[in-house]
Design a protein around this ligand. Structure first.
Ligand code: FE2
Length: 673
């Protein structure tokens, strides 16, 4: 009888396990695969197809990370997507197709396993959704590149303020010389060539985190700037930017500034932001897609008439996450390559705790809203008319594009900075006073002043109460004295139109034949894309916000995303509020050259069919006021959903849910402005 020693038997068992069983087990748990096609993209916005297989124990929280540069640390993704967005994820295989934007480096994609028990409540995104964990790396793709000869990207135009000129700016990854070539004939590039200058900013120029830390910083590339000159008025010009050695952009075109025309067309809004096909550390603005879509429709309907865009602060909402600027400029290029894109500065471009002008009364207003950018990307990525400039108080480049003005047709447009000293005696105040007093109202009957934070709002917005008090004391007398036609503001993510105002008091509009006074009409137009408050009614968590019931000075309060369309001749200026959910006009105000407001009462939108001047006119639609019940329901769903979702380690962002109605209106999750 063979007796086996117990020690010997266990030794044999271990040998069998390590040399025979373990290799077999390892073989069955083979590494997942991850492929990406194509490997080279021809331009930003082109899609990649990401396919994976071989995930043995799929979790609904398994996720795909996007990395640019491709060798970034695991937790330095620019964005992420859950694999369960693919219908076959439970089989361990699946695919996702998304467009990606060039950050002037290659991309890689990685898959991580993540489960509910591993959720770290200390790591959350802006909406308090947990950020995915990187402890269990599964696989990585090959690198994806962009065609090095694809030409410059992020093309955007601006008036220079000089007749016969058009500025074009764009971004590339190197400093080799670039040009703009332009012509009245598409493809006839002989003769009209201008050299572009280049600037860039460095990580050390940023003032705080995340803009200057390794999580938020990415190389911004070189920002090129060229001016097309000697343009004839009211002519369509074709242009390309780039170089022979590095490639040219595709051909774009614009209508030149026509100083002989009385007509004016502009598209104006604030607080738009950008949309990304992935989730990231911050909330992004899906509604910006619709805003750009409808404006593009209107530009195409204009045909051979010039127009421009006015985006009055809170522009990309990058707030220190550099790649969101790239996403923003890629998203607006279809519009901004066709018409000038004008801006003024908002809190989310600039505010930081050590900003040079921060009087004691403004402490509640000026915080960390800029994510440490302190206005540097805003100042260098745009080049607006004028030379306004204020020091940052650090070695960083000065803050620019603060206050300026230009005429278009029958309107004098003024841009100001509510983030910069505007009190009497300041450089900005002196500019505004001189500028407003210099307008020849015989030639230019209308004046439109724009800034980010509103002088009037019934959203309450208590944080800016002291700032508004100073604006009313310092600027309103200037506006009234100089017969400002319109004052347009952003910051509050709603549309709200006021009566002609002076010191909170409505002036008569003379409809009954009585005397009337030409007073500024204030309108808040911050509904371009960032989340907004879904109802104009008090809510349990905001009992005094907005002011309710609606004060009589406030004639129309809109509750959906959109933009405004300004059309003016020498006789009349018309401003229309276009809603994103249907692309139609929801409110209109008309003002004569005399300053008299002739329409635009509470629900009086008669005459809409007469406006448009080549743009598709909208229809009367005051549906907003009937949505209260749906909004309350939607808000309740959001609150409950957020709580339950977090407890379960939810996998979709609450703000993306459709909760308010089945018409594509999305309620908000947060109050941030
Ligand atoms: Fe703002």
């Amino acid at each position: 009888m063979l007796i086996i020693n117990p020690v010997l038997s266990s030794t044999i068992a271990m040998i069998l396990y390590f040399f025979f069983l373990l290799p077999l087990l390892t073989h069955t748990q083979s590494k997942p695969t991850l492929t990406v096609t194509p490997k080279i993209l021809s331009k930003s916005g082109d899609p990649v197809l990401i396919q994976w297989s071989g995930i043995d124990t799929p979790s609904k929280l398994d996720w795909l990370g996007l990395y640019a540069p491709p060798d970034s640390p695991h937790d330095h993704f620019i964005g992420y997507m859950f694999l369960n967005s693919s219908p076959t994820w439970e089989s361990g295989s699946g695919s996702i197709s998304i467009p990606i934007t060039s950050l002037r480096s290659n991309y890689s994609f990685r898959i991580f396993h993540w489960s509910e028990s591993e959720i770290d409540p200390r790591k959350q995104d802006q909406d308090h959704n947990p950020l995915p964990g990187t402890a269990h790396f599964l696989t990585e793709s090959e690198w994806v590149a962009f065609d090095p000869n694809r030409g410059p990207e992020q093309i955007h135009l601006a008036w220079t303020g000089v007749e016969g000129e058009m500025r074009v700016m764009f971004v590339v990854g190197d400093l080799e010389r670039r040009y703009v070539r332009y012509s009245e004939q598409d493809g006839d590039w002989v003769g009209n060539l201008a050299v572009a200058s280049a600037v860039r900013y460095e990580r050390e120029d940023m003032c705080d985190a995340p803009a200057n830390d390794s999580m938020g910083w990415r190389d911004p590339g070189w920002i090129f700037d060229a001016v097309m000159k000697d343009l004839k008025g009211g002519v369509r010009y074709y242009y390309q930017v780039g170089s022979e050695s590095k490639g040219w952009s595709r051909t774009h075109s614009f209508m030149s500034w026509d100083t002989k025309s009385d007509e004016t067309t502009a598209f104006l809004f604030g607080d738009m932001g950008t949309a990304t096909p992935y989730k990231t550390f911050l909330r992004t603005q899906d509604e910006s897609i619709s805003t750009i879509k409808w404006i593009l429709r209107d530009i195409e309907a204009l045909g051979q008439k010039p127009a421009f865009v006015s985006h009055i602060g809170d522009i990309s909402y990058a707030r220190g996450y550099s790649w969101l600027w790239d996403e923003f400029f890629t998203q607006i290029e279809p519009v901004a390559s066709k018409v000038p894109y004008h801006v003024c500065i908002g809190n989310h471009e600039y505010n930081w705790l050590s900003q040079p002008w921060r009087p004691e009364w403004s402490y509640s207003s000026y915080g960390m809203d800029g994510g440490g950018e302190c206005g540097v990307p805003y100042s260098l990525r745009f080049n607006m008319p004028g030379k306004s400039s204020e020091p940052t108080g650090t070695h960083a480049p000065a803050t620019q594009n603060l206050y300026y003005s230009f005429d278009m047709g029958s309107v004098h447009f003024v841009y100001m900075s509510t983030e910069t000293n505007f009190l009497p005696g300041s450089r900005q105040y002196n500019f505004l006073k001189h500028d407003l007093e210099s307008v020849d109202r015989e030639k230019i009957p209308f004046v439109v002043v724009q800034g980010h934070r509103p002088m009037y709002t019934t959203s309450y917005e208590y944080r800016d109460a002291s700032l508004r008090k100073r604006m009313l004391e310092s600027l309103e007398p200037l506006f009234v004295k100089n017969n400002i036609t319109l004052a347009l503001w952003g910051h509050v993510h709603r549309y709200e139109r006021f009566c002609p105002l002076k010191n909170y008091t409505c002036g008569s509009i003379g409809l009954g034949g009585e005397d009337w006074e030409a007073l500024p009409v204030h309108i808040v137009i911050g509904m371009g894309g960032q989340d907004w408050q879904p109802i104009w009614e008090p809510r349990p968590d905001h009992p005094s916000d907005p002011i309710f019931p609606q004060p009589k000075q406030s004639l129309y309060r809109g509750g959906e995303f959109g933009y405004t369309r300004l059309v003016a001749t020498k006789k009349k200026l018309t401003l229309s509020y276009v809603g994103n959910h249907d692309g139609k006009v929801h409110d209109v105000v008309e003002i004569l050259a005399s300053g008299q407001v002739i329409s635009g009462g509470d629900t009086d939108v008669d005459g809409i069919s007469k406006i448009g001047s080549g743009i598709a006119a909208g229809t009367k639609d005051v549906v907003i006021k009937s949505k209260f019940t749906q909004y309350v329901t939607g808000a309740s769903v959001l609150v409950l959903g957020a709580l339950a979702g977090y407890a379960l380690g939810f996998i979709t962002h609450a703000r993306k849910r459709k909760g308010a109605s089945n018409e594509g209106w999305a309620a908000v999750k947060g109050e941030e402005i």
